[in-house]
Ligand binder design. Structure first.
Ligand SMILES: C[S@@+](CC[C@H](N)C(=O)[O-])C[C@H]1O[C@@H](n2cnc3c(N)ncnc32)[C@H](O)[C@@H]1O
Length: 379
């Protein structure tokens, strides 16, 4: 496989050619890695091939998973294949797990609850118990146009609550939530940035009281930290997560393809927010406790120390005009489903199996450096 792997994008006319080559080699490498009993490598090759040839990659990966009886991974991939081409009849191999309980989820600042409903709708065939594992909350009172959606959610089994301040969730609830979500926590008004910073810090500290090590907080932000608005939203999230001892665990796309029925909305009016290029930052709790650090350099050091490169490699970028303006410099990950209560943190298991991957990783990062930050984000 190493001989086949294209060494760099140098000499190839277009980035697309290089990606296609990677996809071709990765497709061939999946069964080889499986035969060598290296499931970690097989999964990595699958992910690479899936980006270019999704259907072929699924087909190539599913068969050896069946042959080698890798049930959990098979289930994950069958779910992925179901989401790629939703059909009303569930694959018989998924039927036995679909009634398992789901992880308890707390959604805060949900506005008109579009996201909660889109999440449930997307997974309703595969995870019929998801709705009853969700507590969905919002700070302000419901708007008239939201009433029907709230009734639908109640009927599905979601606990919908208003008047819940995300900065005080640790005092409202007394049960563990393995997942907490806040999508687009900012106000659309740039003047609100200082209070937004404090709000996010309190949200992470308070949320941490409801979580154990390994539990996660999801925050969705607009995509690129390139204009003033976006820098204003990325930096506070990094500071808040780092101060509460959470590390970046995943960065995923949130778009119409992933959640066809979700469109982020504005705070007060509930009107649709402009554009649809969002990233979901998933943070993992590393340990209890929180600390306020002196300056950007302190937060950068702490955030990089919290990073586990085997789980999610990242560095912390510093804005050239302001050393206190920080952002995560990292690639974007594929979606994955771990909604069942019984799903363990698969990447940690993978990290323990991490062998034979160094040449693969090196080539990939060299490639990423070469094509620069914009292309890296698209990957
Ligand atoms: C930009 S909107 C996003 C709404 C929704 N999450 C979405 O993605 O469509 C920000 C939301 O955060 C809510 N919010 C603001 N401060 C809050 C707080 N302290 N606690 C909980 N929610 C808050 C607002 O009421 C508003 O619904």
């Amino acid at each position: 496989v190493q001989n086949l792997w294209p060494q760099s994008s140098y000499g190839l006319k277009r980035e697309d050619d290089y990606r296609q080559q990677l996809g071709n080699v990765a497709l061939k490498a999946i069964p080889l890695a499986m035969r060598q009993n290296n499931s970690y490598l097989a999964r990595r090759f699958f992910e690479e091939a899936f980006k270019v040839y999704p259907e072929q990659a699924l087909y190539t990966y599913i068969e050896p998973l069946r042959t080698f009886a890798q049930e959990k991974e098979l289930r994950r991939i069958l779910l992925l294949s179901h989401y790629l081409k939703p059909i009303s009849k569930l694959n018989p191999e998924l039927v036995s797990v679909k009634d398992s309980p789901c992880k308890r989820r707390l959604m805060v600042g949900e506005g008109g609850f579009q996201f909660t409903l889109a999440l449930i709708r997307k997974h309703e065939t595969t995870h019929p118990n998801l709705a009853s594992a969700i507590t969905a909350t919002e700070f302000r009172s419901p708007l008239p146009q939201e009433k029907q959606r709230i009734e639908t959610l109640n009927a599905l089994g979601v606990a919908v609550l208003h008047g819940v301040d995300a900065t005080k969730i640790g005092t409202y609830f007394d049960k563990r939530f393995r997942r907490i979500h806040w999508n687009c926590p900012y106000s659309s008004n740039l003047k609100d940035v200082p209070s937004y910073q404090g709000k996010l810090e309190q949200f992470f500290i308070s949320g941490s009281q409801l979580q154990k090590k390994g539990d996660r907080i999801h925050v969705t932000l607009r995509k690129s930290p390139e204009d003033a608005f976006e820098k204003n939203s990325h930096n506070p999230v990094l500071i808040a997560a780092t101060g509460a001892n959470y590390r970046l665990f995943r960065k995923r796309r949130i778009n119409r393809k992933r959640y066809p029925k979700y469109q982020p909305t504005k705070s007060e009016s509930g009107d649709v927010l402009f554009g649809f290029h969002y990233r979901e930052f998933v943070f993992e709790k590393v340990c209890q406790g929180s600390a306020k650090l002196l300056d950007g350099a302190g937060y950068k050091r702490r955030a990089e120390k919290l990073c586990n490169p085997k789980i999610k490699p990242y560095t912390v970028g510093v804005n050239s005009q302001d050393p206190n303006w920080l952002y995560y410099d990292c690639s974007t990950d594929e979606d994955s489903s771990d909604y069942y209560e019984s799903d363990e943190e698969e990447m940690e298991i993978d990290a323990k199996l991490d062998d034979g991957l160094e040449p693969f990783k090196r080539t990939r990062f060299e490639f990423q450096d070469r094509i620069g930050k914009r292309a890296r984000d698209r990957l």
